[in-house]
Design a protein around this ligand. Structure first.
Ligand SMILES: O=C(O)CCC(=O)C(=O)O
Ligand SMILES: [Fe+2]
Length: 459
């Protein structure tokens, strides 16, 4: 077998377990499909794929069936370079853990995006479309902005073509489009109601509470991946957590724990991290063999939810057309690494711009502004916004604390705290550490001192 490690699976996961076992220690977990069973999008965004013609009736009985497992296997096998060895066996093995019968698994694997519905509701929205086989001048996946309708049309045409192929062997000769509309802000950019409810486990979300209320923006995304489209190896934005709910297709994830990321970084000192981890990397390189078992593989089937903790590198390969809803989110469980990561951005940027200061191109007074501008441009985030988010969150806590519940005017405009939040003493100790670590510059010291005083008011 592949020899890679695995990710915990919880068919159901109570908040207390999630908090202690996964959220606080930042461990990934896969959660069963019951968690999202009432989501409207699990009904309206997907449908059973139906091929026109009389062979569409009982797809399971046809051993060369182009619409079930065989369909996926044939194409997965023809792209071995992308996949860990025996990926297919691993996928089938994994499916046995989640499905009582093959029939049940087939039913889920026949799910496909409801193209008509998505076009009708979100078709006019401009979305980033990645071409997974092409690179831009920085070596990232080439992207362009298109109307979602246009991307859906191409994805649907390819899916119909692939599913109509009778002989699995012949699939290898097709050039897959590997298009991937990703990071789509469908909920921010559409007036229709949200077709899901964030599960309690992930509602304590400082990032979306702040950006949605204060910046008219959000970190709620949708992804529609064509067969064998990919997301390269990365950590998430600002070192936040992510949560991904898959609605159709299968996502093959590879995870690298933060403790091994540094080791991998060292192996690639000059070139930087590879954009894709392959199985052969682990087989051919003695150094990599050492951490092989720490690298984890996960297959995410329709309806399942993956918690991707802060700081974990991960990459994704889509098998079949996949459709998923993701949030980037954060709270006390990852605020320290987020702070540290931002601090590192400022330090590295300041160092790289020292020449401007030394050569007198930028004055001492202006230097920190220039550093902030560069950090904002490259990293998309700054101390000002970071501390505004913390301040916003503390106002929420304060508004909910018994002393202020009836007196705070601002509580009207501040979204109430969710039910499932970590115990305040724990959160308070994390925030106390955060304020202690805040020594970047005078402004940071003064902001954190003010917030520290606010912290003391909260019961
Ligand atoms: O599904 C994907 O392609 C990428 C998802 C991801 O990177 C995330 O949820 O953090
Ligand atoms: Fe990610």
């Amino acid at each position: 077998m592949h020899g890679l490690g695995s990710i915990d699976y919880m068919e159901e996961c109570p908040y207390g377990t999630f908090l202690e076992k996964y959220l606080k220690p930042c461990h990934p977990v896969l959660i069963g499909k019951k968690l999202t069973e009432n989501w409207e999008s699990r009904k309206t965004w997907v449908r059973q794929f139906e091929k026109n013609g009389d062979d569409s009736k009982d797809v399971r009985k046809d051993s060369q069936c182009p619409t079930g497992l065989e369909f996926l296997r044939s194409k997965a096998a023809s792209h071995n370079d992308l996949l860990p060895d025996n990926l297919w066996d691993a996928l089938v093995e994994a499916s046995k853990q989640y499905y009582d019968s093959e029939e049940e698994a087939y039913k889920d694997l026949l799910l496909s995006p409801n193209y008509e519905h998505l076009k009708q509701v979100y078709g006019n929205i401009e979305v980033p479309l990645a071409y997974c086989s092409q690179k831009d001048k920085y070596g990232s996946q080439k992207r362009e902005n298109v109307q979602l309708r246009t991307a859906l049309q191409k994805l649907e045409e390819e899916e119909i073509m692939l599913r109509s192929i009778r002989l699995p062997e012949s699939v290898g000769s097709y050039n897959l489009i590997r298009m991937y509309p990703k990071d789509m802000h469908l909920f921010r950019d559409s007036p229709v109601s949200i077709p899901y409810e964030t599960p309690d486990l992930f509602v304590d979300d400082w990032l979306n509470a702040y950006t949605m209320n204060q910046e008219n923006d959000d970190f709620r995304f949708s992804y529609i991946g064509s067969h064998l489209s990919t997301t390269p190896l990365h950590k998430d934005v600002y070192e936040s957590h992510s949560v991904s709910v898959n609605l159709c297709g299968v996502k093959c994830w590879i995870f690298i724990p933060p403790s091994d990321a540094e080791f991998i970084h060292k192996q690639f000192e000059d070139e930087g991290l590879p954009s894709w981890i392959t199985h052969s990397l682990f087989l051919e390189n003695d150094n990599f063999k050492k951490i092989h078992g720490n690298v984890r593989i996960l297959f995410q089937f329709p309806g399942q939810t993956v918690f991707v903790p802060s700081g974990w590198y991960h990459q994704v390969l889509n098998i079949g057309t996949t459709l998923s809803i993701n949030h980037n989110w954060c709270n006390s469980s990852c605020i320290l690494p987020m702070h540290f990561a931002l601090q590192q951005q400022y330090e590295a940027t300041s160092e790289s711009l020292q020449d401007l200061l030394e050569d007198g191109i930028v004055s001492k007074e202006r230097f920190s502004e220039v550093v902030t501008e560069v950090v904002e441009a490259n990293y998309g985030w700054s101390w000002e916004r970071f501390w505004s988010m913390i301040s916003f969150q503390l106002q929420r806590r304060l508004a909910m604390s018994s002393l202020h519940a009836t007196t705070s005017d601002s509580s009207k405009s501040i979204p109430p705290l969710p039910i499932c939040v970590p115990p305040w003493p724990w959160e308070k100790s994390v925030l106390t550490d955060l304020f202690r670590n805040a020594k970047g510059n005078d402004e940071e010291i003064s902001v954190s001192a003010k917030l520290f005083a606010l912290l003391e008011e909260i019961q």
